[in-house]
Design a protein around this ligand. Structure first.
Ligand SMILES: C[S@@+](CC[C@H](N)C(=O)[O-])C[C@H]1O[C@@H](n2cnc3c(N)ncnc32)[C@H](O)[C@@H]1O
Length: 276
């Protein structure tokens, strides 16, 4: 486990992932009944954008700092969650998914966080002190299945692995198939990086063969032509997205695309159903 999210916190993928997560949870919270939010790969919870790791990559300049330079009101909810952990006008701290989810919690909701890396798990416990979140230090795929079905009638599982293991996609596919058998109505969000289109298409075809209905795919291609072998963007699979979320998705995706488009590129941020 070499991946450390502190090198990448607040990058363009985090902006899209966290903006959509906020919109999704808010859409589910239009109903009063309790939600269980499960973050299987939680990371540290809070990141120093002026720290050595973030400084080495500078990725936040193409992500959260662009979202702050852009004043589109559709990004207000996202900016507010970042502002909530900062004091000045420009963010110096970045809230990871645990700190974002904790801001969205209502008294009836439950938050379960999991992080396997011992140092990041220690940082996560510190970042979540004083919040109602439960923090686990287990294997994400074991925890994902162990927590289902959730104790509350509704819930969201967020799966955000680093993809440093060659079998990561295969583990996701197998765990998702088992999770669906235990909890067919639950909402699942799976983040993925986009490198080359052919490999991504092969994985999508495998996922399609699971025959899971209401399977949405969101893809963010940053550049107008693929840059071979490097990170070209990222996306999310959302299983069982609520109707209110999918209805509001198009303008939000366009706002994110415009805010995050790299110099000289338009980029592409689209959604489609793998199965409806
Ligand atoms: C992309 S980061 C998570 C970022 C976080 N979800 C956010 O949005 O702020 C992925 C995390 O998964 C952890 N991780 C990797 N493999 C894991 C596994 N099998 N089980 C649990 N955590 C794992 C890594 O240590 C890393 O902190």
């Amino acid at each position: 486990m070499n991946y450390r999210h502190s090198f990448h916190a607040g990058n363009s993928a985090d902006v899209v992932k966290h903006s959509l997560l906020i919109a999704l949870v808010r859409a589910l919270q239009l109903k009063e009944s309790a939600l269980t939010l499960i973050d299987t790969h939680a990371g540290c919870g809070l990141y120093d954008l002026n720290g050595e790791e973030a400084g080495r990559t500078g990725e936040a300049t193409q992500g959260v700092l662009r979202a702050f330079a852009d004043r589109n009101p559709l990004l207000n909810d996202y900016r507010a969650t970042v502002e909530a952990v900062n004091v000045g006008a420009e963010p110096t701290l970045y809230p990871g998914s645990p700190r974002i989810l904790t801001q969205l919690l209502r008294p009836q909701d439950v938050l379960i966080l999991n992080e396997k890396h011992p140092e990041d798990a220690y940082a996560l416990r510190g970042a979540m002190r004083g919040t109602p979140a439960a923090v686990h230090e287990r294997d994400a795929y074991e925890l994902w299945l162990a927590m289902l079905p959730t104790r509350t009638p509704r819930g969201v599982v967020v799966v955000d692995p680093p993809y440093e293991q060659t079998d990561e996609r295969a583990r996701i596919t197998a765990t998702l198939a088992s999770a669906h058998r235990k909890w067919a109505h639950g909402v699942t969000v799976i983040w993925y990086p986009l490198k080359d289109r052919a490999a991504h298409l092969r994985w999508k075809n495998k996922l399609r063969r699971l025959s899971i209905p209401k399977f949405l795919s969101v893809e963010h291609w940053l550049y107008d032509s693929d840059q071979p072998g490097i990170y070209n963007g990222a996306g999310l699979f959302v299983i069982n997205p609520p109707y209110v979320f999918t209805q509001g998705l198009l303008p939000l995706l366009e706002a994110l695309r415009a805010a995050l488009a790299p110099e000289g590129h338009r980029g592409e941020l689209t959604s489609c159903w793998l199965s409806e």
